[in-house]
Ligand binder design. Structure first.
Ligand SMILES: Cc1cc2nc3c(=O)[nH]c(=O)nc-3n(C[C@H](O)[C@H](O)[C@H](O)COP(=O)(O)OP(=O)(O)OC[C@H]3O[C@@H](n4cnc5c(N)ncnc54)[C@H](O)[C@@H]3O)c2cc1C
Length: 433
């Protein structure tokens, strides 16, 4: 039996059967068998998600054998198996002088899982990776194989770019690519109020930009990334320390201490900031420089996409929430990222340029209370939850937040009439009426 756990090990599954198909025909045969006995089967990627989006109710399809990367350098595109891990894909693309245009903080995700939840990086002018999908191969709940693109079944294609695992099993994805590029990263430590006042300048004035805030400090770490042809910088001692996992371990130790001595948190995090973060400049390959360099310490996340033009105000409110909270401490980096709007029905950035506010905390005891307060705040900003992170939004709220919720749900029912892809997530987001 194979036991599968999510990244923070709060969810565990022991699937009745684990399938590792090699292509759409094998997926189709599995789906037909499961449907024939009225069972349920879920396709998963790396099973990292904090939310129950990749919950496995019965049997599972894993992407271990769906990991091919076929690059078409002349067409500037690549067809990637849904199970391929982004870290491997990035290397293959770089060998061909190609690259994605938007990068998240880690690269352990599968192509199917990353796009399936609408995962994103940062860059006010660049939309989420799902926007770069040109074609998809998908097996529906009756075992039918669909070859989707903007002209073949365009509605299903459009929705399947952020599929929530609800429309079928995706076997491969064709992405539009750009020429490989390097980025210069500029890290500046800026007063919180100054960063708020200059937020638009930072986002509009850089190719990519993100903010980190270590609570209880009155400073923000502003990361600015711009395309460059300057030589790559040699690896620094700090980067070696990060890559060795030591900085992650040290931070994890401090987080453990803050759980034991909550009151120390207010002094601990500003201390970490003073020690670990300084103004710096470095140059490296785009995907390598944006991703988090070290081992990420264990923690919990929720994240909401809000209209970008309300970002500064919402971040200020988030600071006040954290500083005045009673009954819990917020002992982890808070993250602020930006993406351009898109036209994907279930994308959190649907039809609006968005700021993603990430509320993170390293405590199972504090997370529920912090997330409840944070989600209430996000309601005031028409915040849409990241599907792969913790959230508690009811179907009626989601219908209001996502104007194409009903359309997506109708497509879902048509693709999966027997409900073989239903799981806890589908049951709560699209309950049976
Ligand atoms: C440490 C950490 C850092 C993160 N950083 C970021 C970040 O920077 N930006 C961001 O936006 N998110 C981030 N995330 C969230 C992460 O990107 C999502 O949770 C993502 O879905 C995880 O990918 P996965 O391969 O593990 O997907 P899974 O959790 O396995 O699956 C996610 C969804 O995709 C579906 N799916 C997977 N494969 C298929 C398939 N073949 N066919 C159909 N459906 C499929 C599943 O059914 C499920 O609904 C982070 C998560 C962690 C744990």
């Amino acid at each position: 039996m194979r036991t599968i756990r999510n990244w923070d090990r709060t969810l565990t599954w022991n699937p009745r059967a684990v399938h590792a198909p090699r292509d759409a025909a094998e997926v189709s045969a599995i789906v037909k068998r499961v449907a024939g006995r009225s069972g349920r089967v879920k396709a998963v990627g790396s099973s990292l998600s904090w939310s129950d989006v990749a919950d496995i109710p019965d049997e599972v399809i894993v992407g271990d054998n769906l990991n091919q990367v076929v690059v078409d350098p002349d067409g500037m595109r690549a067809t990637i198996g849904s199970g391929a891990k982004l870290r491997d894909v990035n290397e293959r693309l770089a060998e061909h002088g190609l690259s994605f245009e938007n990068f998240g903080s880690i690269t352990m995700q599968s192509a199917g899982g990353y796009t399936g939840t609408g995962s994103h990086g940062t860059g006010g002018r660049t939309p989420i990776l799902s926007s770069f999908i040109e074609a998809l191969e998908l097996v529906d709940g009756q075992g039918r194989i669909h070859h989707l693109d903007a002209s073949t079944e365009p509605e299903l294609f459009s929705a399947a770019r952020v599929s929530l695992g609800a429309l079928g099993v995706i076997t491969n994805i064709t992405f539009r690519l750009v020429e490989a590029f390097d980025l210069e990263e500029r890290l500046e430590i800026v007063d919180f109020d100054r960063a708020l006042a200059d937020l638009d300048r930072y986002v509009d004035g850089n190719d990519y930009c993100k903010f980190w805030w270590l609570p209880y400090s009155d400073q923000i770490q502003v990361y600015q990334f711009n395309k460059t042809t300057k030589p790559r910088t040699p690896i620094t001692l700090q980067e070696r320390f990060d890559a060795s996992g030591m900085s992650g371990l040290t931070f994890a130790g401090l987080l453990g201490f803050s759980r034991l001595r909550p009151r120390a948190t207010n002094r601990l995090l500003p201390g970490v900031e003073r020690l670990a973060f300084r103004d710096r400049v470095r140059v490296d390959r785009s995907d390598r420089i944006i991703k988090y360099a070290g081992t990420i310490p264990w923690h919990q996340e929720t994240e909401y996409a809000i209209p970008r033009d309300r970002a500064a105000e919402a971040l200020d409110r988030m600071r006040r929430l954290v500083l005045t909270a009673t009954g819990y401490k917020v002992n982890f980096t808070q993250e602020v990222r930006f993406v351009a709007g898109d036209d994907i029905p279930m994308s959190p950035a649907h039809k609006r340029d968005s700021c993603y506010l990430g509320a993170y905390v390293a405590s199972l005891k504090w997370a529920p209370r912090y997330f409840q307060d944070f989600e209430a705040l996000m309601e005031e900003y028409e915040g849409r939850p990241h599907w792969g992170k913790s959230f508690d939004r009811k179907p009626d709220q989601l219908r209001t937040l996502y104007p194409r919720y009903d359309e997506f749900n109708s497509l879902r029912q048509a693709q999966d009439p027997q409900g073989i892809f239903r799981n806890r997530f589908i049951d709560r987001v699209f309950p049976r009426r």
